[in-house]
Write a protein that binds this ligand. Structure first.
Ligand SMILES: Cc1ncc(COP(=O)(O)O)c(C=O)c1O
Ligand SMILES: [Zn+2]
Length: 412
């Protein structure tokens, strides 16, 4: 049966430590987020390497660095997504080596599955029967799947009318009780912690430190897929900021066990109309200024008051990285270029990282031979409406060769 390892839980702001987090998602002293800490001083990459290589690529390959052990995971075989070399990002410098980490290949089509396999496994180890989250869509779709797999009841709060249809369909069909909340994701997030207590449900937003533990495995995969190297740059879309912070934790742990001696520079990319983290980095603020009414076509990152901002600001700054905000037009353009020229169909939020990397490439930010990894967080099929909006439906023609040839020639 699955058990909690010898780990601690540390506040990301004041550093207070807690031994257990049954329902704890925030520091009891200052109210900030918690992260898992593990004593890595006796762990060595040379020892774990062989064990990792004996297991298939994916989240649980890295079990020595996960907070749970003993088997009995709630899994759909998550992680193990491709790292694809792409040529559309390099700008004027073809020597830049750019890659897409294609997280849309996860079981429910987004990176959220990495965190949910660990988070729902933790819920099971606590004998919880009910789980809950607030979501811009992908978290809901993922939690619904893992809850089904574990035989748990699932409640998701989403901004009413504000999530992509594919994600809604996944959550509903996988048996979640979907509650549409009037307002934005931030409004749903504001009520979910208290609602979890009242409904006796285990909270699985990314403020839950077990989620981040699963998500950090993407950094381990990138390291292995680059042949045991650190990329110079890791570019990631930012909503609540959990994912970027998870990559940072992953790379730091690789350094702690002696697998790498250098860390990547992190680039957080937000949509222009929902960019409190990018603003804080660019204006060198200590704290974010929440955006009251976030707007962007990229509904997954339409977040004005990101819960994980302290971790995310710190990660970007510690890495010597930067943050960008890109307009919707650049996001949609990057989405299209990636699909047309590379055959990689991602949802708009995911294309934000590519848009950001393209901009940096054009500005000459990357050095020769830099390795730039863009994290593409979710599959394009999640949000077919936003994709079709640019093209519309093709008109039907008669089922004759002449009509088909005429239609193709007319379109050229
Ligand atoms: C496709 C996609 N990209 C990016 C994000 C942002 O991730 P985070 O909230 O961890 O910053 C989300 C979160 O919902 C998402 O669904
Ligand atoms: Zn604290």
């Amino acid at each position: 049966m699955v058990r909690l390892r010898e780990v601690g839980f540390e506040c990301v702001r004041c550093g207070v430590t807690f031994r257990s987090t049954k329902d704890l998602v925030a520091c009891k002293v200052c109210g900030d987020g918690l992260q898992v800490t593990q004593d890595l001083s006796r762990m060595s990459y040379d020892v774990v390497k062989e064990r990792w290589r004996s297991r298939p690529i994916g989240v649980w390959r890295y079990r020595e660095l996960l907070p749970l052990n003993g088997g009995g995971e709630v899994s759909l075989n998550e992680g193990g997504t491709a790292l694809l070399s792409v040529s559309v990002i390099g700008g004027s410098d073809p020597s830049v080596q750019a890659f897409v980490k294609n997280e849309g290949q996860n079981p429910t089509g987004s990176f959220k599955d990495r965190g949910m396999t660990v988070g729902v496994t933790r819920a099971r180890s606590l004998d919880r029967r009910r789980v809950i989250c607030a979501s811009t869509g992908n978290t809901a779709a993922s939690l619904a799947a893992y809850a089904s797999r574990a035989g748990m009841e699932c409640i998701v709060l989403v901004p009413s009318g504000g999530i992509a249809r594919g994600k809604l369909a996944q959550a509903v069909f996988q048996g979640a009780r979907v509650v549409g909340v009037r307002g934005s994701f931030d409004d749903a997030m504001n009520v979910v912690i208290e609602a979890a207590k009242r409904l006796d449900a285990y909270l699985l937003n990314s403020i839950n430190p077990f989620r981040i533990e699963g998500q950090k495995t993407a950094a381990f995969e990138v390291f292995e897929q680059l042949g045991g190297r650190t990329p110079e740059w890791l570019v990631c879309p930012v909503g609540n900021g959990g994912n970027l912070a998870a990559y940072w934790k992953g790379f730091q742990e690789l350094k702690a066990i002696g697998a790498i001696d250098r860390l990547p520079r992190l680039v957080g990319v937000q949509a222009e109309g929902a960019a409190p983290i990018a603003d804080a980095i660019q204006r060198n603020l200590k704290e974010i200024v929440p955006v009251a009414k976030p707007v962007t076509v990229a509904s997954a990152i339409r977040i004005g008051n990101p819960a994980n901002w302290p971790k995310t600001l710190r990660a970007i700054r510690e890495s010597g990285g930067l943050a960008l905000k890109v307009p919707d037009s650049e996001i949609l353009r990057a989405q299209e270029v990636l699909a047309r020229r590379e055959g990689i169909f991602v949802e708009p939020a995911s294309a934000a990282s590519v848009a950001g990397a393209m901009r940096l490439a054009n500005e000459g930010t990357f050095d020769k031979s830099d390795r730039v990894v863009c994290v593409c967080t979710g599959h394009g099929l999640k949000d077919p409406e936003s994709a079709l909006r640019s093209y519309g439906e093709s008109p039907a023609v008669d089922a004759t060769v002449e009509a088909v040839v005429a239609a193709v020639e007319a379109a050229q």
